[in-house]
Design a protein around this ligand. Sequence first.
Ligand code: C2E
Ligand code: CA
Ligand code: CA
Ligand code: CA
Length: 280
Amino acid sequence: AAKQTGEPVRRWTPALDERAGEFVRLGAEIRAALDHDQFRVVYQPIVELPSGRVAAVEALVRWEHPVRGVVSPAAFIPVAERNGLIVELGEWILRTACRQLAEWRATLGDRAPERVSVNVSARQLARPQFAATVAAALADSGLPASRLAVEVTETAVFEGGQAVTALHELRALGVRIALDDFGTGHSSLGLLQTVPVDILKVDKSFVDNVTQAGRHTVIAEALFQVSTGLGLSAVAEGVETAEQADALHRLGYRYLQGYYYGRPVAEPDFALSAAIAAGS
Ligand code: C2E
Ligand code: CA
Ligand code: CA
Ligand code: CA
C-alpha cells in the first residue's frame, strides 16, 4: 500500500546502496577509532603582526588510520556529524586542546600562545548541555575560559535557537566566539546583528587572490572594515605566501594563519614561527 505522507519516493539504486554501505562502514570505523585512540589533535599557529608572535593556535583533528594512513577531517567529520559521533569526538578534541594549552602555559610560560581555538560542529552546539560540557573541560584542564575560543560556522548558527543560546552561555563563561569561513555563507553580515561574536575568520577564498587588485582585495578590505567597525578582531585564513601576508597587513589585518607561517602539527615551534614572521 502506498504511503499517504506526500514524501517524495526515493528509489533505492545500487549506487545509493553503496553509498549507504560506505556511510555505515565509515561510521563503525569512527566508533572503533575512538575506542582505539586513533585520533590526534594538531595545532596551527595564528600569528600576530608586526611582532610575529604566535598569538593563538587552531586545533585540528587527524585520524591516524592503521591501514589508510592519515585521513583528512573533510572525509570523516561530515560522517561523524550525520551519525552523531561528532558529539563524543568533539568533546574529546575540546578536552585534548584545553589540556594541551594548559600544559604549554605551564612549561613555556610567556612563549605559549594566548589562546586555543577549537572547531565546534552544529550538532554539538545544538545540545542544551554544550556550555556545561565546555565548562567541565575548562575546569578539568585548569585552563582559564578566556584562553579558549570556539569556531562555529555561519550555517551552524543561522537558524538561531539553541545554537545562539549556547553562544551566549559560552560568552558568559568568558569563552571567545569565532565565526569560521566568514563571508562564504548566505547571511554573513546579517548574522553579526544577532549572534554574539568576537572574532571573524576571513575565508581563504578572499585571501587567495588578495595580491591582485580586484574584487577579492575589495572584499578582503571590506570584511576587515566590518570587523574593526564592530570592535571584533579579524583573522585571515589560508595565507600561503609572503606577498599575501604583506597585502593583508597593508589592508590592516593583524592576525594571519596559513601554511606560510606553519602547517598544523602536534608540537608547533612557537619561536621558529615568530622568526619567520619577523624576517618577512
Ligand atoms: P577549517 O576549520 O576552515 O580549517 C582550516 C583548514 O585549512 C584546515 O584543514 C587547515 O589545515 C587548512 N589550511 C590552513 N592553512 C592553509 C593554507 O595556507 N593553505 C591551504 N590550502 N590550507 C590551509 P583541515 O585540518 O584538513 O580541516 C578541514 C576542515 O575540517 C576544517 O576547516 C573544519 O571544518 C573541519 N575540522 C577539522 N578539525 C576539526 C575538529 O576538530 N572539529 C570539527 N568539528 N571540524 C574540524
Ligand atoms: Ca576553523
Ligand atoms: Ca576556516
Ligand atoms: Ca572550512
